[in-house]
Design a protein around this ligand. Structure first.
Ligand code: DAT
Ligand code: MG
Length: 139
């Protein structure tokens, strides 16, 4: 068995569209366990750490602005291979082409804005999960 924990964020668009419950329902229906949950209004410092790998990319500033636009729900989720499994539930990054049946594919699309509003974040590796859980569930 390969029990892991991952960080899931319901991004500001997901919270504003009242999709937090639907996203959590899908996580639980898949059989993963909710370990902790917080609603957070992140500041720039937290987002700069969270998105450090993307600093300098063209979408970085709009991404940070978008993430500052409203509250985020942070979920600590556990399960066997949950890091990969949640990324599969979320779908690919671009919500226009994410597969139907995924969170991004079912609820996301291009709204013509400067950054992809794709509803959720999921850690992409055990190292990222550990680092990101430390950021969003600090203290
Ligand atoms: P993911 O969230 O699927 O792990 P990522 O880590 O590559 O994707 O990028 C982080 C976020 O940045 C992503 O959820 C949406 C935004 N983003 C990524 N690539 C983008 C692009 N080419 N144009 C606009 N926004 C982008
Ligand atoms: Mg990523």
């Amino acid at each position: 068995m390969d029990v892991e924990e991952t960080l899931v964020l319901v991004k500001p668009d997901g919270v504003a569209r009242n999709l937090t419950g639907e996203i959590l329902r899908r996580i639980e229906a898949k059989g993963y366990s909710l370990v902790d949950i917080r609603m957070i209004e992140p500041d720039r410092a937290l987002l700069a750490q969270h998105y450090a790998e993307h600093e300098g990319k063209p979408f970085y500033e709009p991404l940070v602005e978008f993430m500052l636009s409203g509250p985020v729900v942070a979920l600590r989720v556990a399960g066997n291979r949950v890091i990969e499994g949640f990324r599969s539930l979320a779908g690919t990054t671009d919500p226009t082409t994410a597969a139907p049946g995924t969170i991004r594919g079912d609820f996301g699309r291009d709204w013509g804005l400067a950054v992809q509003q794709n509803l959720v974040h999921g850690s992409d590796s055990p190292e990222s999960a550990s680092r990101e859980l430390g950021l969003w569930f600090a203290s």
